[in-house]
Design a protein around this ligand. Sequence first.
Ligand SMILES: NC(=O)c1ccc[n+]([C@@H]2O[C@H](COP(=O)([O-])OP(=O)(O)OC[C@H]3O[C@@H](n4cnc5c(N)ncnc54)[C@H](OP(=O)(O)O)[C@@H]3O)[C@@H](O)[C@H]2O)c1
Length: 307
Amino acid sequence: MGKSKILVLGATGYIGKYIAKASARLGHPTFVVVRPDTTAVPNSARKVLLDSFTAAGITILHGDLGDHESILAALKQVDVVISTISITLIADQLKLIDAIKEVGHIKRFLPSEFGVDVERTTDLPALQAIFKPKAKIRTALRESGIPYTFINANNFAAYYLPTLLQEGLEAPPRDKITILGDGNAKAIYVDEDDIATITIKSVDDPRTLNKQLVIRPPTNVLSFNELIEIWEEKIGHKLEKSYVPESTLRKQLDELPFPNFIYPAVLYSIFVAGDEYFELGPEDAQAIELYPDFEYKTVSSLLDKFV
Ligand SMILES: NC(=O)c1ccc[n+]([C@@H]2O[C@H](COP(=O)([O-])OP(=O)(O)OC[C@H]3O[C@@H](n4cnc5c(N)ncnc54)[C@H](OP(=O)(O)O)[C@@H]3O)[C@@H](O)[C@H]2O)c1
């Protein structure tokens, strides 16, 4: 059996470009749907990105999630669909589910997840407001009978490691650091290329069918305090630490209006509530068990470039 033909919807976005390129690199005939007119990246960067797709052998199709015919035309060319559309468009994937049902032959759909398990986060109104659309897509998919895999990618490493969560910095701090809560909650960091490679490995794997694939490399499961220790060791001295109490963070979440609470709520969930480090259940498959030979970039090696 040949490798599945993969369609990536959202390939010009942050994680989508890694996934489209990994798909081509791992030998899958790869297609991307891009909007002819887009504001996601400035024109020059967009051209460079699309040229790099073409050079990688990726077929570029024009379309829009809101244009049913363009989505149907794209679906007819592929076996597997990976959506990496932005958090603000999650609910619109119901249209994609309808289109997948209509064509009838898609053998796996990976909706835009790539973060925490949205069905296991702390029960706070701000968090529920953010994650409800993803949870609704999960329910719709389970009810649809479309084969699926949810990717539990945890923290995109390059989102958090370059600044260690310190606003306004471009490299990790060398003098002082602010810690959310007590810094003891475990969080998980995964390099974007590693997320993309594991995602593509999963699409033809029967062991990930109708499962959540949990990407949790043991070396990269760290509390914020442990992360700081790794950085302190690299720079050869201790940082001055200050802590924002959990009660202050929760009060902020209650007071901030939508959409301003989104980022603080996500930080609270990951770094204070410890929502990423849940106990695995029967619906979870672990990437480290399925692909034991895969070598993940470690947090320590990813921090080296900032020393
Ligand atoms: N774990 C983490 O640390 C983390 C961090 C960030 C995000 N995430 C998750 O990762 C997923 C992807 O987020 P992202 O930040 O990578 O996305 P993003 O950069 O916002 O990219 C959005 C993509 O959606 C496409 N798009 C927008 N409107 C469209 C439409 N109407 N039809 C078709 N395509 C459309 C855009 O295409 P155009 O170029 O045509 O506009 C772009 O390619 C989300 O589920 C998000 O929650 C996780």
